[in-house]
Design a protein around this ligand. Structure first.
Ligand code: DAH
Length: 343
């Protein structure tokens, strides 16, 4: 018995199969399904014929219609799967991304190395109980010089060439003036640091700038001695350079301290054997410091017989230059971003 003997049914099936094979997408395929298998579809129409047939033909025709229906369904399913995989292949061709391609770099600004080191120092000192204080760039002659035991006729004024304003004030030549402001405002005992920008009326060269950065430190208490000073300076240097640093103290003259010292560190570039950075001496001058001069304490109303203290002045540019091997201080204010971008 031929599977499908009825001519109409046979042609319906053939046309269904060929149209399904040609369907180009899921939508078209669904239209074909409706056209053949839907309520008014061609295959469905054939099923409806069943009732009109004489009983002896019904069984055979019924089986044939069912077979045709199944055939169309299978064809639709198969074509559907085919179309789906074609669609994915097409997507993969057109819309792929290479997840191994590196991303677009996002440009981020960052802190100038001076600020970086300043913030590091602030962290170190606040962890040791020091307050961070600030002051104005334009200072009085009293705070910058007089109170620091540098009277007008004192030769030490020549050590710091000064920008004067027309009204007799000045651009602070060092951060030491912030000691005075702090001691006028606070009562001892006290520990503080005062970082900031300072100005000198100077010709510039590789190691001189008219504008640079310092950080002043001050500790006032009862019985402060040189050993307290040494202890804090060693702690400071160990924290900055992340290792024990050998130091030596030489006498140094600064009107606001007595005794005053130059604190040198063992050259970190050559380890002390001598190199151009330490001018073959094995030592680098880093940190002037000393015990606060009794006159300075008196000038701010602190009794030097009750309180003593130490002070130090750290050159931040010098510190950054040491850390990164920078050979010219003028780079800092050159405005050349290529310099800053290196850190
Ligand atoms: N103010 C001094 C300067 O700028 C540096 C200095 C020296 C500060 C000795 C101090 C100190 O506190 O004790 O040259």
């Amino acid at each position: 018995m031929s599977a499908i003997s009825d001519q109409t049914l046979k042609s319906v099936l053939e046309s269904a199969i060929s149209r399904v094979a040609e369907a180009r997408d899921a939508k078209e395929l669904d239209e074909i399904r409706v056209a053949f298998l839907g309520k008014k579809g061609l295959v469905t129409e054939q099923m409806k014929r069943l009732g009109t047939l004489p009983p002896e033909e019904r069984k055979t025709f019924g089986a044939q219609v069912n077979e045709a229906k199944n055939g169309v369904e299978d064809a639709i399913k198969k074509r559907g799967a085919e179309l789906e995989s074609l669609r994915y292949a097409d997507l993969a061709e057109k819309e792929w991304i290479d997840v191994t391609v590196p991303g677009e770099p996002v440009k981020r600004g960052h802190l100038n190395p001076i600020s970086q080191i300043q913030y590091e120092l602030e962290d170190i000192f606040t962890s040791l109980g020091f307050a961070v204080v600030d002051g104005p760039h334009v200072e009085t002659e009293f705070n910058n010089f007089e109170a620091l035991n540098i009277p007008a006729d004192h030769p030490a004024r020549d050590m710091q060439d000064t920008f004067w304003t027309e009204d007799g004030n000045l651009l602070r030549t060092h951060t030491s003036c912030m000691q005075i402001r702090a001691m006028q405002r606070m009562k001892p005992p006290m520990r503080l640091i005062a970082p900031g920008r300072v100005f000198r009326y100077e010709a510039t060269d590789a190691s001189h700038e008219n504008t640079f950065y310092q950080m002043e430190g001050l500790m006032i208490d009862r019985n402060i001695s040189v050993s307290n000073l040494i202890h804090f300076m060693k702690t400071l240097l160990r924290e900055i350079f992340k290792r024990d640093v050998k130091i030596r103290l030489r006498p140094g003259y600064f009107p606001f301290v007595e005794p005053g010292f130059e604190l040198d560190i063992n050259c970190l570039i050559c380890g002390g054997s001598g190199c151009p950075v330490c001018k073959q001496s094995g030592w680098v001058e880093l940190l002037p410091c000393g015990l606060v001069h009794p006159n300075v304490l008196k000038n701010v109303g602190i009794d030097p017989s009750e309180f003593t203290g130490f002070a130090f002045g750290l050159g931040l540019n010098r510190l950054v230059m040491m850390r990164y091997g920078i050979d010219d201080i003028r780079h800092f204010l050159s405005g050349d971003v290529r310099f800053v971008e290196q850190f």
